[in-house]
Design a protein around this ligand. Structure first.
Ligand code: ADP
Ligand code: MG
Length: 246
């Protein structure tokens, strides 16, 4: 075994696999640039760290389970004028996540609520946060299944591991009493601990009706809108407009 092979093997057994992979190249680079010992040591550590970070972000992006490839870069503010780029960009320092605040996008179908939620979710992943996207109905079903297996608490605490939970399209269909109770358990666990992005076609005045105004509805709404930035989106459906103009 050559000296180089032995060193690479040592790095591998220390689980410094990125450094092991790049050692040959980094050595060549160090020699070519007459790098100091300290610079070389730092370069190697830096390489391992950035590779790990990239890997983590790739893993988090996969875990987020975004349903479609929507990016903020592809959002057209000339079409959607009830929110502007400055307002959206202001969210991207992710202070709202650090402060466990929520975002609520309210508006009729097709105005870009889901697009914005996914776009912000992607940016959060890239900034190193753990994000999970769930359609509200799927989430409710998931909780119901867990509840039936006597594992509601366990599932809720798994969901509370994410820094940001995106709940898309809440309010499109009515929920059973048990479903509302399960959702309350989740929202309650996340309250002031994690952040939620909620998209909905219901404005708050009709939420009571949607939740059948029982004793679970009010605390759910209360916990979501307390500490939240609310965006009312309007305008015509982007889907419809595309149909008409194309
Ligand atoms: P909503 O969730 O409000 O019903 P979506 O975000 O699903 O609406 O938008 C419907 C479709 O139109 C999606 O394909 C989305 O990417 C696109 N879309 C909506 N608004 C915009 C916009 N302002 N710029 C670019 N695409 C948009
Ligand atoms: Mg939507």
């Amino acid at each position: 075994m050559s000296q180089l092979e032995q060193t690479v093997a040592r790095y591998r057994s220390l689980r410094l696999s990125a450094a092991a992979d790049e050692l040959t190249n980094l050595l060549a680079e160090a020699e070519a640039n007459e790098m100091s010992y300290l610079s070389f040591a730092d370069r190697l550590a830096e390489h391992e760290m950035t590779q790990r970070q990239d890997k983590r972000i790739r893993r988090n992006r996969k875990m987020a389970a975004f349903p479609a490839e929507k990016r903020l870069e592809g959002f057209d503010y000339r079409h959607q004028t009830t929110i502007n780029k400055r307002q959206v960009n202001a969210l991207l320092d992710f202070q709202f996540l650090d402060e466990r605040n929520n975002l609520v996008f309210i508006g009729p179908p097709g105005v870009g609520k889901t697009h914005l939620a996914i776009g912000i979710g992607h940016k959060a992943v890239e900034a190193g946060y753990r994000v999970l996207f769930r359609n509200a109905l799927d989430l409710v079903e998931e909780l119901e299944l867990a509840e039936m297996k006597g594992e509601l608490k366990k599932r809720v605490s798994q969901l509370a591991k994410y820094d940001l939970l995106i709940i898309d399209e809440l309010g499109y269909l009515p929920m059973t009493r048990q479903a509302r109770y399960n959702l309350f358990q989740l929202i309650n666990s996340l309250y002031e601990y994690r952040s939620i992005i909620l998209t909905t076609n219901k404005d708050f005045t009709s939420w009571g009706e949607f939740f059948h105004d029982d004793n679970v509805a009010v605390p759910i709404i209360d916990r979501v809108i307390h500490h939240s930035h609310i965006f009312m989106l309007g305008g015509e459906s982007y889907r419809l407009k595309r149909k008409v103009t194309s």
